[in-house]
Ligand binder design. Structure first.
Ligand code: NAP
Length: 471
């Protein structure tokens, strides 16, 4: 494969920076991450205005996302300061013959090396140049080469320039945070194929993720591909939850489905219930609520077209009854609510596909068996929300077992949009929610994706003082 010179140069600079950064201590890494957060905050008004002009997400949301991005950077700075990334385990030597007798062993984790990072269209700050993937990779001791997303490439350039200023001020090499400003599929494939790249972090479409994942595996040295490729995020409303305040549940659901014009990976795309008058009333109220919510323009024409086509397919489906009255999918687009029986849902795989945007399919089941079959048929999902499952009886345990099998996070209250950045968070799940279900892309264990364990046997003191990573 011929490499574009920009790709080759960015990866070569990252490789040059890799050994020294792998050997840096936690304080050095924390200083960089803290300074990056500060630089973002100092440029906030210009960054938010630029992001808004490119993404249409609005100043309130973008300011919040910038806060989250700085919080993540500072959180990973704390992790680095505490040395948490080493994950050190010591087994002192035991005299005598094996198996009880053993040499001195220490398990440490070492950085993988340069990481290719694909910015997400729907998080111009939090999953882009200085987002969670970059912060977790830098904290782990890995340089990153970011492929800016074409939907907000101006913002990418500006944030990258800010990052370069911080690197210069700390006398760190420019290759620690590289940026590729090419909006072609070929550039992304070349980046993944480059022998200097040692891992890939990606958030985006199933097709894009599959193409890049295949490239990661096709190399003479295959590398880990951490992809987040889509999720329908089922919400199961059990009868107990319908008995409470149905009106406010409809409002809360509608707000979650339409938030950011539905452009969240955790947006609820499926609502499932046992069929009843209450369940049908909730679905009707949800459609009324969604009809009243104006949506803003979507992130890009490509994403808008994907939404328009997805909703059109649902509207054409002979078994789906459209409940929202808004007929148009022009301009900003309108939210969509459709109703389908569990039998029809189970009969057609196409109804399980994510429609990225403010669309929700409501499935009514005639029995608990059918409800469980519908939930199991969803397949891998970032989240499943179970409302009304607080009792812990046989029904709740049965539904929970399925929810846990198919998802990375199970909620018992609230809505799945909004992913807290904590140590216990898990943002992943079985395919296609994640290509690597053992790892998370949100939260402070996200650094684990970029660290490889090594056992050191009878290692000399000079190495142990550095937790096995020479300067
Ligand atoms: P995308 O089309 O997958 O693009 C994401 C990145 O991957 C871009 O940098 C793009 O590069 C690159 N790419 C895409 N297809 C590729 C291919 N075949 N080979 C090499 N590189 C490729 O995602 P998007 O633009 O963000 O949105 C499109 C759709 O993705 C949405 O409608 C939605 O369905 C889904 N999406 C899902 C999530 C999620 O959280 N799971 C988030 C955002 C979007 P270039 O375009 O520059 O070539």
């Amino acid at each position: 494969m011929t490499l574009h010179p920009d790709v080759d140069t960015a990866v070569a600079l990252a490789c040059d920076a890799a050994d020294a950064w792998a050997g840096s201590d936690g304080l050095r890494r924390a200083a960089l991450l803290d300074r990056l957060a500060e630089a973002l905050e100092n440029d906030r008004p210009a960054l938010v205005a630029l992001a808004d002009s490119e993404t249409h997400l609005g100043a309130a949301r973008l300011n919040g996302e910038l806060d989250r991005t700085c919080f993540q950077l500072r959180g990973f700075a704390s992790l680095a300061r505490d040395g948490g990334f080493y994950g050190r385990i010591d087994d002192p030597a035991v005299a005598g013959p094996p198996p009880a007798g053993r040499p001195d062993l220490t398990r440490v984790r070492v950085p993988l090396g340069p990481v290719a990072m694909f910015s997400a269209s729907n998080f111009p700050f939090a999953f882009s140049v200085l987002g969670g993937d970059t912060a977790s990779a830098l904290a782990a001791g890995c340089p990153v080469v970011v492929k800016g997303h074409p939907a907000h490439i101006g913002l990418s350039r500006r944030v990258h320039q800010l990052a370069q200023g911080v690197l210069r001020s700390l006398e760190l090499p420019e290759g620690l945070i590289g940026h590729i400003d090419l909006d072609t599929h070929a550039a992304g494939l070349e980046l993944v194929a480059h022998p200097g790249i040692q891992a890939v972090a990606f958030t985006g479409s199933l097709a894009g993720g599959q193409a890049l994942g295949r490239q990661a595996q096709a190399r003479s040295q295959p590398i880990p591909f951490y992809g987040e490729l889509g999720s329908v995020n089922p919400v199961v409303v059990l009868p107990e939850a319908l008995e409470a305040d149905r009106g406010s549940l409809a409002k809360t659901l509608a707000a979650s489905i339409t938030q950011g014009s539905g452009q969240f990976c955790t947006s609820p795309g499926l609502l499932m219930m046992l069929d009843s008058l209450d369940a049908r009333a909730l679905v009707g109220q949800l459609a009324v609520e969604i009809d009243q919510i104006g949506l803003h323009r979507m992130l890009s024409e490509r994403i808008h077209q994907g939404y328009v086509q997805g909703v059109a397919a649902l509207k054409r489906h002979p078994e789906v009854r459209t409940l929202t009255s808004a007929a148009s999918t022009e301009g900003a687009g309108n939210g969509f609510v459709g109703l389908v029986s569990a039998a029809a849902f189970l009969a057609d795989q196409a109804l399980r596909h994510e429609v990225f945007g403010a669309a929700c399919v409501c499935v009514l089941a005639t029995s608990l068996d059918e409800l469980c079959a519908v939930l199991a048929a969803v397949g891998g999902s970032l989240t499943t929300t179970l409302l009304g499952a607080d009792g812990g009886g046989e029904r709740d345990r049965r539904v929970f077992r399925i929810a846990q099998k198919i998802s990375g996070r199970v909620l018992f209250q609230g809505m799945p949009t909004g992913v807290a950045v904590t140590h216990a968070q898990h943002h992943g799940g079985p395919w296609p929610a994640s290509t690597q279900p053992l790892f998370t892309s949100v939260g402070f264990t996200a650094s684990d994706r970029f660290l490889r364990p090594v056992a050191l046997q009878d290692a000399p003191l000079w190495l142990m003082e550095r937790c096995g990573v020479p300067v």
